[in-house]
Each structure stands twice: as structure tokens, then as C-alpha cells.
Design a protein around this ligand. Structure first.
Ligand code: SF4
Ligand SMILES: [Zn+2]
Ligand SMILES: [Zn+2]
Length: 361
């Protein structure tokens, strides 16, 4: 665990510098005289899905209001929050917003060991946190799991992103509890949630559809509750927010980030959104308003569902974390990687012996 020191922000323009430039429509600049819908000043931000224009200050007010509304809709009761921070725009924006709204927060970053990308991600978190005096912890995946992402990729090629996602989910949960928090915040935005919903519907994974809610209570004392305060905000809105608030997300792209199917679903929704602004949000919100979903959630918050779900869990005999079998998914994955490593070593040893024999002939 560590806390880091102040260092200056780089790369992004200040709110003053970006004034006079449209934030969201660089391809279609807002004309001089375009009015802010809230204060009637010069608008700089155009939001097609809301049929609205805002000046920078009113846009920031709009973003804050979206988060306040999100927290109100899930009936969130204030408590200390652990924020999962990757160093990307969403996680830094949600941390900034919760801090501004007066919540007690701490950042949690997992260093994946990806050369270039992980150092830059860690630096982005450091720059953000130190300039605001915020506390954060950093853990290396290799220390807590035994393997970094490049090692996972070397041993089990082909599924790196899905394994990385699984590892991050598991360790964000475990480390949140280890640090003494019971609620984990993630920066999932409207595009993420709508894309995921579409993917689950296309794949007919209805049990996932019903679990896709911006607040999920803790199902077990060793698993934190999950909160997604950005689910009402689009990617472009968050990019604009970061620009106006002088937040500098990591600029590097992970070298394993090709071909995730979630991108395809997001692109499909972007296509619809381009010709019918507002489609994405009405698609997602119509499911979130679903009364059946809300009823299930209410049961869990009352503790009814809690009891049932808790009994489903045992504890992993190796690491002591909640698990459905005698060994949790993370320990099984570690075992699989260990087996793979051993068989690779055996193969290369056999190859070496074979080459020696060839040379002796
Ligand atoms: S792109 Fe894939 S491997 Fe890279 S950080 Fe994201 S999920 Fe992990
Ligand atoms: Zn305004
Ligand atoms: Zn385990």
C-alpha cells in the first residue's frame, strides 16, 4: 500500500484554455451566440441526446446532477467508498465527482504489470490523487495473484481480456474488503452498461440482465456492495467533464485491447444513436425501470435475498474467499497457469535434451 506525492498535471488544457472551443462537437462547432439552456450564456457543449447546449459551468452542474440523481435512484445511503481506479477517464471522473459531492473516498489501483501501459496508468492515478490530496492504494497483480497479465497471456493465449477482467473483478472485491470498506465504486458509464445489456440480451443471458443494476448490495460479508454512479452519463460527456476539470487520464492504450466483443455492441448502439439521438439511454433506462428488477433488488436490500444467496457460498479451501465449490475460480485459474507453466518447462527441457543428443550423433 502506498500514498504518493504531488506532481503537476500535464497534457490537458485548463477550463480557461478550453473556453471558446466546443467540447463535444469539434466537427460541428457551436455557432457564436448559441445559448446555454440553463443560464443563457455562450454555449460550448452540445448534448444531442438531451437536445441541449451548455456553457462549461452549467455542463459541470449537469454532470454532478446526473450523479446525484443516480445515487438517489438507487436509494444510496452515504458511507465510505472504495473507488476502483484504472487511471482511465471514467474512474478518475467518478472519484472526482464523489469527492466533490462530499463522500469519503479512497482509490484502489491494481498494477497489471503490462509494460509501458501499467506505469502510465499508475502515474495518471498518482497525478490525479496527489493534486487533490486523495489517498489511494496500489497492489501489483503479480504480488496478490502470482502472475502478471503478460504472464497470463504467455501461458493462456487468446483470452487475455476476459481473464484480466475476471482477475480485476475478483481482486477489486477482495482488496476492498481487506482495506476495511464494504462498498466498491466503479466508473462504468452509460455506454458500458447499454453495450453490456445488449450483449446479454443477444446472448439470452437473462440472469445477467436482472443483475445489471447500478447498485448491487453485498451478497456476503466478504464481498462488497457495488455502485456505478456514472450509469446516466455517456462516454463523450465524461471526456468533456475530464477536459473541463483538468483531469488527465492515462494516454497509453493497453497492448492486449483488440477485438473485445463488448466494443462491437457499443459500436452497434453508437450507430443507432447517430441517427436517433437518445436511443442508447432510453434502451438502458427502460430495463432499469423494470419493476421486476426493482422488486428483486428491494428484497435483497431488505435482507430476504441476502439469506438465500449467502447460503449458496462456501469458502475456498485454499484462500478462504467466498466460493461455490471447494476451490474458488481464482485459485483454479492459478492452478491452471501453474500446470501450463510446468508443461511448458517440461517441453523445453525435452527439446533441449533432444538437441544435445542430435549434436552428439
Ligand atoms: S485491454 Fe484487456 S488486458 Fe488490457 S487492461 Fe483492459 S482488460 Fe486488461
Ligand atoms: Zn450556463
Ligand atoms: Zn481461492
Amino acid at each position: 500500500m502506498k500514498m504518493k506525492k504531488n506532481s503537476p498535471l500535464k497534457h490537458y488544457s485548463s477550463p480557461e484554455q478550453s473556453r471558446g472551443q466546443p467540447v463535444l462537437s469539434s466537427d460541428r462547432p457551436l455557432p457564436r451566440g448559441a445559448k446555454c439552456n440553463r443560464c443563457r450564456g455562450q454555449a460550448e457543449v452540445h448534448l444531442p441526446s438531451h437536445h441541449a447546449n451548455f456553457c462549461p459551468d452549467c455542463f459541470i452542474h449537469f454532470v454532478r446532477t446526473a450523479v446525484i440523481r443516480a445515487l438517489k435512484e438507487v436509494n444510496f445511503q452515504p458511507r465510505p467508498l472504495m473507488v476502483a481506479v484504472s487511471g482511465g477517464k471514467d474512474s478518475l471522473a467518478v472519484w472526482d465527482l464523489l469527492h466533490q459531492l462530499g463522500y469519503q473516498t479512497k482509490g484502489l489501483h491494481i498494477n497489471l504489470g503490462i509494460s509501458g501501459f501499467s506505469e502510465a496508468s499508475s502515474q495518471a492515478v498518482d497525478d490525479f490523487a496527489s493534486s487533490r490530496g486523495l489517498e489511494w492504494s496500489e497492489y501489483c497483480l503479480e504480488d496478490v495473484f502470482g502472475y502478471s497479465i503478460p504472464e497470463v497471456h504467455r501461458l493462456l493465449r487468446g483470452k487475455t481480456c476476459s481473464l484480466c477482467g475476471r482477475l480485476k473483478r475478483a481482486f477489486f472485491n477482495r482488496l476492498t474488503v481487506r482495506e476495511g470498506f464494504n462498498t466498491l465504486v466503479t466508473g462504468h458509464n452509460l455506454d458500458d452498461e447499454a453495450g453490456r445489456l445488449l450483449g446479454n440480451l443477444v446472448g439470452k443471458r437473462l440472469e445477467h440482465v436482472y443483475k445489471q443494476y447500478p447498485y448491487l448490495p453485498s451478497p456476503h460479508p466478504l464481498i462488497p456492495a457495488k455502485l456505478k454512479p456514472l450509469y446516466r452519463l455517456e462516454i463523450k460527456e465524461l471526456l468533456a467533464y475530464c477536459r473541463l476539470k483538468n483531469i488527465t487520464p492515462v494516454q497509453k492504450i493497453c497492448s492486449y485491447s483488440r477485438g473485445a466483443t463488448s466494443h462491437t455492441f457499443k459500436q452497434a448502439l453508437d450507430f443507432l444513436e447517430d441517427s436517433m439521438p437518445g436511443t442508447k439511454r432510453s434502451f438502458l433506462f427502460s430495463y432499469l425501470r423494470d419493476s421486476q428488477l426493482k422488486d428483486r433488488l428491494a428484497c435483497e436490500q431488505d435482507g430476504e435475498g441476502q439469506r438465500d444467496r449467502k447460503t449458496e457460498y462456501g469458502l475456498c479451501q485454499e484462500c478462504g474467499c467466498p466460493a461455490y465449490a471447494h476451490r474458488c475460480g481464482i485459485c483454479s485459474l492459478r492452478q491452471r497457469l501453474g500446470d501450463k507453466e510446468k508443461s511448458k518447462q517440461q517441453r523445453s527441457e525435452l527439446k533441449r535434451q533432444h538437441l544435445c543428443l542430435e549434436e552428439q550423433k
